[in-house]
Design a protein around this ligand. Structure first.
Ligand SMILES: [Zn+2]
Length: 589
């Protein structure tokens, strides 16, 4: 709850009236409406959301950023990859269309020749504690390599944890290419998750191919390849699955194949929306930003919709209509204030697809990097509980702790500071450009990335207080005489494997806002493995599959080595008491 005296003090210090026609709820409701269709980048819904933002910026009397004639800042992006009829034949036998699919990162082209089976296609650099090289003793120069997806299934947890890091499909493709192979075939072994299935055309924003022609084939097609050697895939995999480094691959006898991969990368246009409030100095900007895109109807892998929610509009009220609403409301407060540095407000698209909009903004120098004093990001600020505000990335400048403390005096949040700028949100783009950045966040919840992230669950009173805080902070930043010092924060730890290796689904919702020894859960996904194991919000996981968990990185690392369908022991603290349960991970869909 906010107290009246504090508000009065705040009004004084800012020099504008409290809460004038700022309506955070109106913005959230408008953006989370069914007609916006979840604001997926490049869709009509996203375009309607951009229309709303443009009309709001006009209403508030903002101007386009210098050098732009429009509030919209379009950028191209790869919206997807389509297989346009790739073909594969072994001698005279042509595989059915359902037997293969080009890999999303493949070059388009035709290759033919002999095939060499290279096990899991993994090479672990020698600096690691043990040697593992699928290519040992194999000559693949000018040939086509066949590899298994993932990594050896029966290896010890320690060994898997190392292998998992080198088993991403793009990485395997690179390995084959570097050894002179001209083609790559991938098969999902019968003993692996998604047994025998083709690899999905997963979203891959990198527009460039990997320099090799690559396709996945079904286990039937792979068995056809192996047949002349008198082998079958399940036996071959079983032998490799111990991760014994002495089990090696082999050249396939009397097999000549032809692989023709035809892909089409679909380019679409997304649009950021940005405008400025001019200050005295038109060459210095405080940038306030929030992403306005979301997941549409949840078609790709980022949705956590439950079965009965599948295909519904993901309203994204907290993620991130809340942040957009905050930035619009701050702009409304600041537009009549005398500012030293100018303030730019920016609404990003493409965040959910990989920070595309903010990356384009920084790269294109829409506002030149050296003119940006600081960047303030708002992502998921509508679900405050217990007065707790999380401010992340404060390691990027020594100015933040002091500034935050001063700003908070009249507002009185319980603030938690986190230094790490390597966040899955737009702050990352600005951190990479060496701009002091800070991210506002009020915590995750069990509606995260589900259609259930609805406007009626937003805590509007506290969202209004976030606006107060943001307004005051922006004002203080605008008054700084110099750009604050930027500090490059070292990455603490590698953040686990790629998407390819993060294949086990546990249904836990980590609480990123609290620093505890272990992994604190803010919830569990309904009907997921964690719920079945009896885990609940508030539990702190301290051990999984025999590995100690002290933070989220340990946890992702442990996820790399658990096996789908095999129960693992989870040790957790509940009310300070150590308990144990068995959790059975499922395959990610
Ligand atoms: Zn999101």
């Amino acid at each position: 709850m906010k107290s009246a005296p504090a508000v009065a003090l705040w009004s004084l210090s800012l020099g504008v009236a409290w809460g004038q026609s700022v309506d955070v709820e109106t913005h959230v409701t408008a953006l989370a409406a069914e007609t916006m269709e979840g604001r997926l980048t490049g869709t009509d819904g996203a375009s309607r959301a951009a229309d709303y933002l443009v009309s709001e910026l006009k209403r508030l009397g903002l101007r386009p950023i210098p050098g732009q004639s429009d509030f919209r800042l379009p950028f191209p992006f790869t919206a997807g990859v389509k297989d346009m009829g790739s073909t594969f034949s072994i001698g005279d036998w042509a595989a059915p269309a359902s037997g293969l699919r080009g890999m999303s990162f493949s070059d388009t082209g035709e290759v033919s020749g002999e095939v060499v089976f290279a096990g899991y296609g993994i090479t672990v650099p020698e600096s690691q504690s043990f040697g593992y090289d699928s290519y040992h003793g194999l000559d693949v120069e000018g040939k086509i390599v066949l590899v298994l997806r993932y990594f050896p299934e029966d290896a010890s947890a320690d060994v898997k944890s190392v292998l998992a890091r080198y088993s991403g499909l793009r990485f395997k493709a690179l390995g084959a290419r570097e050894r002179g192979a001209k083609g790559l075939l991938v098969v999902t072994g019968p003993r692996s998750p998604n047994a025998g299935e083709l690899v999905g055309m997963s979203f891959d924003t990198a527009a460039a191919g990997s320099g090799i022609v690559a396709a996945s084939i079904t286990s039937e097609v792979a068995d056809k390849l192996l047949a002349p050697s008198g082998k079958i895939l399940s036996d071959v995999q079983k032998e490799l699955d111990t991760a014994n480094p002495h089990v090696s691959g082999f050249a396939l006898e009397n097999v000549e194949v032809k692989l023709d991969v035809r892909l089409e990368r679909e380019t679409k246009t997304g649009s950021n929306v940005a405008g400025i409030i001019p200050g005295k100095d038109l060459d210095r900007f405080v940038v306030l930003g929030a992403h306005f895109d979301h997941l549409g109807r949840g078609g790709d892998g980022n949705s956590l919709a439950r079965k009965d929610e599948a295909g519904k509009v993901h309203a994204g009220a907290d993620d991130n209509a809340s942040g957009v609403s905050a930035v619009l409301s701050i702009a409304e407060r600041l537009r009549n204030v005398e500012l030293s540095s100018s303030v730019a407000v920016a609404f990003w698209s493409g965040e959910e697809l990989g920070l595309l909009g903010s990356t384009d903004f920084v790269r294109s120098q829409a506002i030149p990097t050296e003119k940006i004093v600081a960047y303030v990001n708002f992502d998921m600020v509508g679900r405050m509980r217990d007065n707790k505000l999380v401010l992340q990335a404060v390691g990027t400048s020594p100015v933040w702790p002091r500034l935050v403390e001063q700003t908070n005096v009249p507002i009185g949040f319980d603030i938690e500071l986190s230094e790490d700028p390597y966040l899955p949100t737009d702050v990352t783009s600005f951190n990479q450009a060496s701009i002091p950045s800070i991210n506002f966040f009020t915590g995750s919840h069990s509606e995260y990335h589900r259609p259930a992230d609805r406007p009626e669950l937003i805590n509007y009173d506290d969202l209004g207080r976030v606006v107060d805080f943001g307004t005051l902070l922006a004002r203080k930043l605008s008054e700084l005489n110099e750009r604050p010092e930027f500090v490059k924060v070292a990455r603490k730890q590698q953040s686990g494997g790629s998407r390819d290796t993060l294949r086990a689904f546990t249904g836990t919702i980590p609480d990123y806002t609290t620093e505890v020894d272990g992994l604190l859960l803010s919830g569990v996904i309904e009907g997921g493995p964690a719920e079945e194991a009896g885990l609940q919000a508030g539990d702190v996981i301290v051990e999984m599959a025999g590995q100690k968990i002290t933070n989220i990185y340990d946890y992702t690392f442990a996820l790399d080595v658990v096996k789908v369908g095999e129960p693992v022991t989870v040790v957790f603290l509940r009310d300070g008491e150590r308990q144990e349960t068995k959790l059975t991970p499922r395959a990610r869909e």
